[in-house]
Design a protein around this ligand. Structure first.
Ligand code: NAG
Ligand code: NAG
Ligand code: NAG
Ligand code: NAG
Ligand code: NAG
Length: 369
């Protein structure tokens, strides 16, 4: 009984998914050199600020990630998975047997696609700056872009060549982070395609302030874990908003698990949500996937019932990606904000893998010869 566990601990490498895939933990050093707004509540994350209203953050941080690789094929592409606010890399692979089939890392790996699911700067096992005002989109997106560059330059494991292509896949604030990088870096982006789930345009001046019902200081939410944190780090005490209003569409035990494994985010990440309304000169392919029962974005959320007319929504969203090679939008029927965590998850998983293959011009059959 104990030997395999010991072997796992010693090597840091876990073989799972019925021996189809091998996963390992990594700590990746990144140099972040970014300009952030002095006012960390600035809605546009400093992108519209004058130089005198910006300050420089120049630091080396460590970003934690879980890398999963198929055992039988070694494609030259990797998916970089970026969770949303108050989540961690575990969003892409809930680490418990009960929720094994909610793992996008597993689902895509079995179909031949490796992934690296990271923890944001300030979150989980990545570096957490003392001051939450250093965790803003300019720094968090710079850290993720640096991880993408690292994947293209440095072997993650001995004997594994660097990847030729990196596809960025975000959820919620993780999608906003990738969007922010695309606005800033445009054609210089290290990403060869962007898949943005659970994120739509949120115009400026409509977000309510963070409230005690939903998002507030992490040190109040769970003093045992977070009493020592800067009050600019926030968390939640009720995750219902992340799921469909129809409570028969998800496991009530998932809600409990989600509440127990939650993490923190920075309050500026919330305030800077309107960066989603800025156009990006990004030139790669882009696709968005959102759940029709997303209480934040679709089903009566901040922007009303905009997801019912998919054609109109696609047209409105496409405007921000004038240089993109392609733009697609899918409304996943029945899914809530957390597309990965309800009973419909297999649908969005198929959609994501389909888009990755479309972006790469893959012939699916090639992966399995
Ligand atoms: C930037 O500076 C100009 C000139 O001083 C001023 O008119 C403008 O309002 C400033 N913009 C912002 C966003 O502060
Ligand atoms: C955090 O950093 C900001 C910007 O440098 C500064 O204004 C603020 O006082 C700092 N907060 C703490 C608690 O050190
Ligand atoms: C969480 O919020 C939902 C909807 O806002 C509410 O129905 C539910 O009772 C809340 N759960 C708890 C434990 O407070
Ligand atoms: C979620 O966890 C917090 C502690 O972090 C606890 O106070 C709260 O009751 C839990 N909420 C639910 C809905 O389980
Ligand atoms: C996972 O399996 C359970 C039990 O078989 C099922 O109810 C659930 O819908 C599945 N979840 C996903 C995401 O497929």
């Amino acid at each position: 009984m104990y030997l395999p566990t010991l072997a796992v601990l010693l090597s840091g490498i876990q073989t799972s998914f019925a021996l189809a895939c091998t996963c390992s933990s990594h700590f990746i050093p990144v140099h972040v050199d970014a300009l952030v707004p002095k006012d960390s509540t600035d809605q546009f994350g400093g992108l519209k600020s004058n130089a005198s209203d910006l300050r420089r953050v120049d630091e080396i941080y460590t970003i934690y990630g879980v890398f999963c690789q198929p055992n039988t094929v070694s494609p030259d592409v990797v998916q970089l998975l970026v969770h949303g606010i108050t989540y961690t890399s575990q969003y892409w692979s809930p680490p418990t047997e009960e929720f094994r089939n909610y793992s996008y890392a597993d689902f895509s790996c079995v179909r031949g696609l490796p992934s690296l699911a990271i923890d944001w700067l300030g979150v989980g096992l990545s570096s957490r700056p003392m001051n939450a005002s250093d965790v803003q989109y300019p720094t968090t997106s710079a850290a993720v872009s640096q991880v993408a560059r690292y994947l293209k330059q440095t072997p993650l494991r001995p004997g594994l060549p660097p990847f030729n292509k990196v596809i960025g896949i975000g959820h919620s604030a993780g999608s906003i982070l990738l969007h922010f990088g695309a606005v800033l870096e445009g054609a210089e982006s290290p990403f060869d395609g962007l898949l943005l789930t659970g994120s739509l345009i949120v115009p400026p001046n409509i977000l309510p302030p963070p409230s005690s019902e939903f998002l507030f200081s992490a040190r109040t939410v769970d003093p045992e874990r977070w009493a020592a944190l800067d009050p600019g780090y926030i968390s939640t005490n009720n995750r219902s908003l992340f799921y469909s209003p129809d409570t028969t569409t998800f496991s009530s035990r998932m809600l409990v698990f989600d509440n127990f494994t939650k993490d923190v985010g920075s309050v500026s990440t919330y305030f800077q949500t309107p960066t989603t309304s800025l156009a990006a000169p990004y030139t790669g392919p882009v696709a968005k996937v959102v759940g029709s029962s997303d209480q934040i974005l679709c089903a009566g959320g901040v922007a009303g019932n905009q997801c019912q007319d998919v054609e109109a929504l696609t047209k409105a969203e496409r405007v921000l990606w004038p240089a993109a090679r392609s733009f697609d939008l899918v409304v996943a029927q029945g899914s809530g904000h957390d597309l990965n965590l309800d009973f419909f998850a297999q649908g969005p998983f198929e959609t994501l893998v389909g888009f990755v293959e479309q972006f790469l011009g893959f012939d699916k059959a090639l992966l399995f010869v």
